[in-house]
Design a protein around this ligand. Structure first.
Ligand code: PGA
Length: 269
């Protein structure tokens, strides 16, 4: 599936996204308080721009109910899922349960799942399939570790993570929306980031990998994104949005990031 980068953001590129990954933070009550502040600070997004919250499972229903009642047009994502529909899988959550809780998206293969819970290619392939079959939009996370970067292996690691999860999958011949989040492991929660031009080079590589994909593809950058650096990342032509962890936990910061991100992308066009 891979080929040299030919196009920058072809027409079939998907929308732009701001995804807030809360990780294992916020109770349902805290999530409701967050939304009250976000309602006051977030202005309506232009067409083809989406903000998405990924709360812990226990807060999904609370967030979904509050969103239904309030003015915010925000998407909801699960942080993980299991590939089976039901059964004896203690502690897991099924795609249908996420859909019922109001999710439209699901994170798959976040580096914290890969590192702490041993998730790898074949399992992630099943998860992507299960998500798509349930009508969820996968946000597949890929990224290299520091020693891989220092060894000049970033491109090879990204290629192999994409291949082991997606290559040869007949699903990719169909039209659907797919999000890939490039998250260098060494940049997550550390305050360090690659130069935006280095992230752009990886995003171009990812775009080229999907040259035969018939659906809509959006490629997000993640790893220590804040209101201070989001503008520089969003100015890159192949950065279609961000996946933010720590900085998204404060609603005022998340809405400021959205404002700066939209402005940076639009100034660039
Ligand atoms: P961070 O996390 O923004 O706190 O670095 C990003 C992520 O893990 O998705």
């Amino acid at each position: 599936m891979s080929s040299p980068a030919k196009e920058i953001r072809p027409d079939r590129g998907g929308p732009f996204y701001f995804v807030a990954n809360w990780k294992m933070n916020k109770t349902a009550a805290e999530a409701r308080d967050y939304l009250k502040i976000l309602e006051k600070s977030l202005r309506a997004l232009p067409d083809r721009w989406e903000a998405v919250l990924a709360p812990p499972f226990t807060a999904l229903h609370a967030v979904s109910d509050a969103l239904k009642r309030g003015p915010l047009k925000i998407g909801l994502a699960g942080q993980n899922l299991y590939f089976e529909a039901r059964g004896a899988y203690t502690g897991e959550i099924s795609p249908l349960m996420l859909v019922e809780a109001g999710c439209r998206y699901v994170l798959i293969g976040h580096s914290e799942r890969r590192i702490h819970f041993g998730e790898k290619g074949p399992l992630l392939r099943k998860k992507v399939r299960a998500a798509l079959e349930a009508g969820l939009i996968p946000i597949l996370c890929v990224g290299e570790e520091l020693k891989e970067r220092e060894g000049g292996k970033t491109a090879a690691v990204i290629e192999s993570q994409l291949k082991e999860t997606l290559e040869g999958d007949a699903l990719l011949q169909k039209e659907f929306t797919l999000l890939i989040a490039y998250e260098p492991v060494w940049a997550i929660g550390t305050g360090k980031t690659p130069d935006p031009s280095e992230a752009e080079a990886v995003h171009r590589q990812i775009r080229a990998f999907f040259h035969a994909f018939e659906g809509a593809l959006s490629i997000l950058y993640g790893g220590s994104v804040t209101d201070k650096n989001i503008g520089a990342f969003m100015k890159e032509p192949n950065v279609d949005g961000v996946l933010a962890g720590g900085a998204s936990l404060a609603p005022e910061t998340f809405s400021r990031m959205i404002e700066i991100g939209v402005e940076a992308k639009q100034a660039d066009r």
